[in-house]
Design a protein around this ligand. Structure first.
Ligand code: ADP
Ligand code: MG
Length: 565
């Protein structure tokens, strides 16, 4: 005779096939389902697109009662409910967008046992009426989606999530499952503590996304670089472009549109209706580019996002991973592209310096930024470094990120660093002045600009001592010194100042290895074949690899019966 677990297991598989139309579970979905069906608590960490929803949707159908799903994604609840309804699952939601009539109907369905799943906004659980309602029905389980919203570190923090620890006190016998795509062990521990899930079983998937090609390129004219990426590699593809500011979102969307790319803006400054409309279009239409701040993306289930581009530096590796993870959820080759330059480091350091919160908070922000900078400046495989950051065992080089394709040369930049640092030092000591990177570089290059002459900086001993390097290389030196904390920026103008560790370089007690700045590619493409320029910002040596990826993509598309692109 089959044991009860075996019975449930086959029932879960039955539901997967009959209701959702999939043949097999993915990864550890089945283990999670079995555990929750049997009444256990679970904490599930799975990358975006891994298939977290089924981990609670199937137990919702197998266990008696209604599964209550807490989700911050109010704008997506209607979609989620529609998708479930379409496959015959009885689902409803309660949030602030419902009018009284609609609310009454959902409540009545819940009480009559006519729902399998009830989605709730976190703030709804704070309302007494909701708690009383839940008390009068039978609850199969609680699912807490996007559970990292309970973490005060992330930019997705929702104070209402803190109150969710009461679920266990009030309904001690109802199993709870918390789900997130945020990977670090620190966040995981914070979720377990804050949600009172310390006894839960943890299910942690690998965060490797082998179909994503990671590329971090020197920022020159970011919008033009982006445009050539889209034209050369992603014509007609759907993708997301992240910008730091609303203004930059607007400008970039306009720029792309003016250049024949179908692009839509998304940021918190747009009214709710426009945001919702743009999001719907992005989800439903093919080949749209969403230009957005990080306000966009959480919970978006669009499988064929072919690229995620960052025009500004993310604040943390966690953020970078989450955002790039929205590419290639269908498993097909996709691009994660980031343009990064000196100004990004200056800007992010300044944002931290002027941020609210105490010194410990600022130190936390700086630590997160440092890890992101290390990823940008690394000469190692980007994918391997990402995985190690998330605590996964070291893997070999992936073979298709930018650093694998074109291993960056490193050079001993100690003398260059000394020249730059002593320029900052002399300006400060001899003239009691502070300047930004541009002016310091002008001095090193011996340029008699208006400002240089005005301040008499051509009489400094360091004037012209840096003529052995190009301007781009000097910007690279400044950027890498800032990234390593050997130099700092201050104030509204981002003036350069020395740090505690600068003296180690000036006193020759520390050598600084630097990443070589690539030569600027020829600005005109005429005369070069399309094949040779097919890969923006990558050397010709990379082209064959891309031909392979392209072939793979075309074959996969053919197999799935969708037109190749
Ligand atoms: P997550 O919440 O982890 O980001 P979702 O639950 O939204 O991911 O699932 C992502 C996509 O994967 C969905 O389109 C879903 O239908 C699909 N999916 C999930 N599990 C399976 C499975 N076992 N077989 C096939 N497709 C699946
Ligand atoms: Mg999800």
């Amino acid at each position: 005779m089959a044991s009860p677990t075996e019975l449930r297991t086959s029932e879960a598989l039955e539901v997967l096939r009959r209701v959702f139309g999939y043949d097999t579970f993915r990864g550890f979905q089945q283990d999670v389902v079995d555990h929750v069906v049997a009444g256990g608590d679970a904490l599930v960490l799975m990358p975006t697109g891994g298939g977290k929803s089924l981990c609670y949707q199937i137990p919702a159908l197998v266990r008696p009662g209604v599964a209550v799903v807490v989700s911050p994604l109010i704008a997506l609840m209607q979609d989620q409910v529609d998708a479930l309804t379409a496959v015959g699952v009885r689902a409803g939601f309660l949030n602030s967008t419902l009018d009284l009539d609609a609310r009454r109907r959902v409540e009545a369905a819940f009480l009559a046992g006519e729902l399998d799943l009830l989605y709730l906004a976190p703030e709804a659980l704070g309302a007494r009426g909701t708690v009383q309602l839940l008390d009068r029905g039978k609850i199969a389980l609680f699912a807490i989606d996007e559970a990292h919203c309970v973490s005060q570190w992330g930019h997705d923090f929702r104070p209402d999530y803190l109150a969710l620890s009461m679920l266990h006190e009030r309904w001690p016998d109802v199993p709870r499952i918390a789900l997130t795509a945020t990977a670090t062990s620190a966040t995981r521990a914070e979720i377990a503590t804050r949600l009172d899930l310390t006894g839960a079983r943890h299910f942690v998937a690998s965060f490797d996304r082998p179909n994503i090609q990671y590329r971090i390129v020197p920022k020159r004219e970011p919008r033009k670089q982006l445009l050539s990426l889209l034209r050369d590699e992603h014509p007609g593809d759907a993708g997301i472009v992240y910008c730091l500011s609303r203004a930059s979102v607007e400008k970039t969307a306009e720029f792309l549109t003016a250049n024949g790319v179908a692009a839509l803006p998304y940021h918190a400054g747009l009214d709710a209706a426009t945001r919702a409309a743009n999001q719907q279009r992005f989800l439903r239409e093919d080949g749209l580019v969403m230009v957005a701040t990080i306000a966009f993306g959480m919970g978006i289930d669009k499988p064929d996002v072919r690229f995620v581009a960052h025009l500004d530096l993310p604040k943390s590796v966690e953020g970078y991973y989450q955002e790039t993870g929205r590419a290639g959820r269908d498993g097909l080759p996709s691009t994660a592209w980031l343009a990064y330059g000196l100004q990004d480091v200056v800007q992010q350091r300044k944002l931290i310096e002027t941020s609210d919160g105490d010194a410990a908070h600022r130190r936390g922000l700086a630590r997160h930024l440092d890890a992101m900078l290390a990823l940008c400046e690394t000469v190692r495989c980007r994918r391997a470094q990402l995985l190690e950051y998330f605590g996964e065992p070291a893997t070999g080089p992936c073979g298709h990120c930018d650093t694998c394709l074109e291993p960056p040369e490193s050079w001993d930049g100690t003398i260059a660093a000394q020249k730059l640092l002593s320029t900052v030092y002399r300006l400060d000591r001899e003239r009691n002045q502070r300047f930004g990177a541009g002016h310091c570089i002008d001095i090193l290059l011996g340029r008699r600009t208006e400002k240089v002459t005005q301040f008499g900086h051509d009489s400094l001993t360091v004037f012209g001592v840096g003529e052995d390097l190009r301007e781009a290389e000097w910007r690279g030196v400044v950027r890498q010194l800032l990234a390593e904390g050997l130099l700092a920026v201050e104030g509204d103008y981002g003036t350069l100042v020395l740090t505690d560790t600068s003296a180690e370089v000036l006193g020759r007690r520390r050598t600084v290895m630097m990443r070589r700045e690539p030569e600027r590619p020829a600005s005109t493409r005429s005369g070069r074949s399309r094949a040779a320029t097919a890969v923006a910002d990558l050397p010709p040596a990379a082209a064959p690899v891309f031909e392979r990826l392209r072939a793979w993509r075309a074959a996969a598309a053919k197999e799935q019966g969708v037109p190749a692109y």
